[in-house]
Design a binder for this molecule. Structure first.
Ligand SMILES: [Zn+2]
Length: 138
């Protein structure tokens, strides 16, 4: 099924509420209809990749998912990472995060993923709202 080859994996928070449903918005705004992205949706999405010491369980789980996805879908050439003003940050009790901190975490995530998977293209977006949509971070 060459026309349905997986082109990448998507990492995002799986919060399904209206206005926070990132996977629905990604499919509408960031993924072309002919592209197949493997959705790695989990509550908190990519934030454990930027806060590995604070969220080691989440980090290890997500890394296992990423490695499995890349092994199962070797045609994947990109990682699409999306974050938002996520409630999962409350799980990190040692400090608080501003909206800018949460956006900047995507830069950390991109740097980490590019170093770990240099053969893949990594792009990151931060969800703002229905009107403004996604803001490209890197
Ligand atoms: Zn979230």
């Amino acid at each position: 099924m060459p026309n349905e080859a997986v082109i990448g994996i998507g990492i995002f928070c799986s919060d399904p509420r209206p206005g926070a449903n990132l996977w629905k918005e990604m499919k509408k705004r960031l993924v072309h209809v002919e592209e197949t992205i493997v959705p790695l949706g989990v509550l908190g999405g990519p934030i454990s990749l930027a806060n590995q010491d604070d969220l080691p369980t989440e980090f290890n789980f997500l890394m296992a998912q990423i490695y499995f996805a890349l092994a199962t879908f070797p045609t994947a050439k990109r990682i699409l990472v999306v974050s938002h003003d996520c409630g999962y940050y409350n799980q990190i009790r040692s400090r608080t995060f501003t909206l800018l901190d949460k956006e900047n975490d995507l830069i950390k995530v991109a740097n980490f993923l590019k170093e770990r998977f240099p053969e893949l293209v990594v792009t990151t977006y931060f969800w703002t709202n229905k009107e403004a949509g996604f803001k490209k971070i890197s």
